[in-house]
Ligand binder design. Structure first.
Ligand code: C5P
Length: 218
């Protein structure tokens, strides 16, 4: 392609979005948050009372949806849903919609289009395997479950919610399992990816390493 694509895949809470944003900022690229797309679709279908099973109703709903980013905020039919998609409620349902090929095909189109408009750092679950297999640099960011749960729990507390660390850990584990075991585009280490364990590293340290790797290939 004409543009540089860097992908960052990994389980929930590994620090992908923080690292991806820093790398994009350093290199002057756009950040593509594909988890936000899946969250927005889950919110959209839930609000329309379309259950997570493929149906004609779902196909019609998906063909009518308008999702776009503007300055790292996400808009659903013109409404800024950036905060609403981060709730625990959406996190408990998002994987059940994300496993459907009807949903993934719709988002594949949107993601590839966004990848054709400029240099990007894209994070998600299938960036290096399915959406951008041609990416010049692929990262797989992982961390121990306990550490990922702790990070997620801190975010949740900061948003004013009261959930125990144990509940957060159980939920995170369940979501990772659903994302890893599904038939379509499961979470995998892409061929040729650099695997980084973020358990004992700061986001700045990881971002620096990714920028170094990028500078060697672009
Ligand atoms: O990264 P984030 O936690 O925001 O992703 C939310 C959910 O969206 C994931 O748990 C997964 O079910 C789905 N997702 C996906 N493929 C991607 C990005 C996210 O299936 N590329």
């Amino acid at each position: 392609g004409k543009f540089v694509i860097i992908t960052i895949d990994g389980p929930a809470g590994a620090g992908k979005s923080t690292v991806a944003k820093k790398v994009a900022h350093t290199l002057g690229y756009e950040y593509l948050d594909t988890g936000a797309l899946y969250r927005a679709i889950a919110l959209y279908l839930r609000d329309k009372k379309v259950p997570p099973v493929e149906s004609d109703e779902m196909r019609t709903a998906l063909s009518n949806v308008d999702i776009h980013f503007e300055k790292e905020r996400i808009y659903l039919d013109g409404r800024d849903v950036s905060a609403e998609i981060r709730t625990v409620e959406i996190e408990t349902i998002v994987s059940s919609y994300a496993k459907l090929s009807m949903v993934r095909e719709k988002l594949l189109e949107i993601q590839r289009k966004l990848g054709s408009l400029g240099n990007i750092v894209a994070d998600g679950r299938d960036m290096g395997t399915v959406v951008f297999p041609e990416a010049i640099l692929k990262i797989y960011l992982n961390a121990e479950l306990k550490e990922r749960a702790k990070r997620r729990w801190n975010d949740i507390k900061a948003s004013g919610r009261d959930l125990s660390l144990e509940e957060v850990e159980v939920q995170l584990k369940k979501r990772d399992e659903e994302d890893s075991k599904r038939k379509h585009s499961p979470l995998r280490v892409p061929d040729g990816a650099f695997v980084i364990d973020s358990t004992d590293l700061t986001a700045d340290q990881i971002a620096e390493r990714v920028v170094e790797l990028a500078e060697n290939v672009i």
